[in-house]
Ligand binder design. Structure first.
Ligand code: ATP
Ligand code: MG
Length: 253
């Protein structure tokens, strides 16, 4: 079965999108066929590859209208083998629209399951909330990557995230596994960052990926040029680290 990997943490700005886009692109560059599903109304991962003006049908249409097909919404990117199911700001309305629908948490799963065999990996970027959109991602996924920012408040909120994961595992999706925790925006020169690293390892043990993603200006810049780090700055630390993370992801699934 094709792995479906959600990248989630309800904290904002911890590197979910940066991780989703670069893991998706990195796997594609290793010859894998990858579908990147953008479940965030901010559409950051979509516009990291595609011009906003060329996004027509989006994940919102797919989740709310059963007559629309996945292939009608899917767009090819400039990266060979990487496809995007794009988002638009309209996705912000989806929770209100699905309220009271008995299958609301299953909408994404029901749309992705029939097409996942067309890909080697499906990567799902999520918004910074634990609402219905993120629950849809967790219900549809086989695995979860949790990016945690190397900062003083790093672990704040992870209990709530893990509680949601446990609830999803109890009922709709017993197969969901935490694939790993990736420490992001790390500055290894500071003592605080080293302490936080140890603290995160103390909580998550061997779930923490060996690869730590350093703070890097190149990683911040690449989405603006609609390129993943591997083509934008192929010799950068960011490219090197995300390439290593991709190897760990392949080894763990
Ligand atoms: P949101 O919760 O809003 O969706 P997010 O968790 O997806 O945020 P990103 O958008 O990936 O987080 O990152 C937040 C900001 O930090 C962005 O401007 C991004 O370019 C930058 N950033 C992410 N990772 C790094 C890094 N390793 N080095 C430098 N900047 C980074
Ligand atoms: Mg994001």
């Amino acid at each position: 079965m094709t792995p479906v990997i959600a990248v989630a943490n309800q904290k904002g700005g911890v590197g979910k999108t940066t991780t989703a886009i670069n893991v998706a692109a990195g796997l594609s560059l290793l010859g894998k066929r990858v579908l990147l599903v953008d479940l965030d109304p901010q559409a950051n991962s979509s516009i990291s590859f595609i011009d906003a003006s060329s996004i027509g049908l989006s994940i919102y249409d797919l989740l709310t209208d059963s007559s629309i097909t996945v292939s009608e919404c899917t767009l090819a990117t400039s990266v060979d083998g990487l496809f995007v199911l794009p988002s638009r700001i309209s996705l912000a309305k989806v929770e209100a629209k699905l309220i009271g629908e008995f299958d609301a948490p299953f909408r994404l799963k029901d749309r992705i399951d029939p097409v996942r065999h067309n890909y080697d990996f499906v990567i799902v970027d999520t918004p910074p909330t634990l609402g219905l959109i993120t629950v849809n991602a967790l219900v549809a996924s086989s695995h979860l990557i949790i990016p945690i920012q190397s900062s003083y408040f790093a672990l704040e909120g992870t209990e709530d995230l893990l509680e949601t994961v446990e609830k999803v595992k109890q009922r709709p999706n017993p197969n969901l596994q935490v694939l790993g925790v990736v420490i992001t925006l790390h500055d290894k020169r500071t003592t605080l960052a080293r302490d936080i690293y140890r603290q995160i390892c103390g909580v998550f043990g061997d779930k923490v990926f060996d690869t730590v993603i350093s703070k890097s200006v190149r990683l911040e810049e690449s989405p603006a040029y609609k390129e993943p780090i591997f083509t934008f700055a192929p010799t950068s630390t960011g490219a090197n680290e995300y390439a290593k993370l991709c190897q760990e992801v392949i080894a763990r699934v």
